[in-house]
Design a protein. Structure first.
Length: 208
C-alpha cells in the first residue's frame, strides 16, 4: 500500500510512477486516480482520504491511499503555516495518517506500508514524520493483530534529519492512546472516500 500526498504537476519521475500504478493496480491513472487527486486537492473542503483498491490480483500493491496535506483545500481550516515556514497542524497530519493506516490494515489486510511524497519538495517539517510515527504506534497498540510488519518512508522529499523528532515521542514514558474522531465513507469513481470529521472536542491525543 502506498500513501501519497497530492501534487499539482506530473514530473518525469512521477509520470513513471503513474504508469506503474496504472499497470499494477489495474486502474486508469487519467480516468480515476488523477481526477480524484485533483478534486481532493483543489475542490474538496473536507479532510478526505481517497482509497483506491487494486483490481489486479497479480499486482504487487493492495491499493493506494491518496492523502491530503498542507497544499490542499481542506488544510486551510487548520492554519496556513506548514513546511519550511512553520510546523504543520499535528491534529491534521496525525489523524490523516492514523485513518490511512487503519483502513489499509483492517480493510485490505496490508502488512507492508510505504509512505511517499509527504509534502511539496523542500517543505518537509520533521513534525510530519513525528505525527506519522505517533499514529503508527497508536494503531499498533490498538490493533496488534492487524499491525503492519514494515512501515517505510520513501521518496525524494525526506532526509535523515527529518526523522529526529521521532526519538522524542513519549519522552516522559507515559502511556497514550488514540482518540477516535468521526469517520464516514462513501463510494466514488471506483474508489472509497474516507471523510474525517474534526468536531470541537474530537482531536487527537498530543504526541509529546
Amino acid at each position: 500500500m502506498l500513501r501519497l500526498c497530492l501534487r499539482k504537476t506530473v514530473s518525469p519521475c512521477w509520470a513513471v510512477q503513474a504508469i506503474f500504478f496504472e499497470e499494477d493496480l489495474g486502474v486508469s491513472y487519467f480516468e480515476v486516480i488523477r481526477p480524484l487527486a485533483d478534486w481532493n486537492r483543489f475542490e474538496n473542503p473536507r479532510v478526505t482520504l481517497v482509497a483506491i483498491q487494486s483490481k489486479n490480483p497479480s499486482g504487487k500493491l493492495r491499493g493506494i491511499i491518496l492523502a491530503p496535506g498542507s497544499n490542499t483545500e481542506s488544510y486551510k481550516a487548520f492554519g496556513s503555516h506548514s513546511g519550511r515556514y512553520g510546523p504543520p497542524s499535528r491534529d491534521y497530519y496525525y489523524n490523516v495518517t492514523y485513518e490511512a493506516i487503519s483502513y489499509a490494515c483492517l480493510r485490505w489486510s496490508a502488512r507492508k506500508i510505504a509512505i511517499s511524497h509527504l509534502c511539496c519538495s523542500g517543505d518537509f517539517h520533521q513534525d510530519m514524520a513525528t505525527c506519522h510515527a505517533g499514529a503508527l504506534g497508536h494503531f499498533c497498540d490498538a490493533q496488534p493483530a492487524a499491525a503492519p510488519k514494515s512501515f517505510v518512508f520513501c521518496g525524494c522529499c525526506i532526509e535523515r534529519d527529518h526523522l529526529q523528532g521521532i526519538s522524542q515521542l513519549n519522552a516522559r514514558r507515559r502511556q497514550t492512546r488514540h482518540r477516535q474522531i468521526r469517520v464516514e465513507t462513501e463510494p466514488a469513481l471506483g474508489a472509497t472516500l474516507i471523510h474525517l470529521n474534526f468536531e470541537r472536542g474530537e482531536v487527537c491525543v498530543r504526541l509529546c
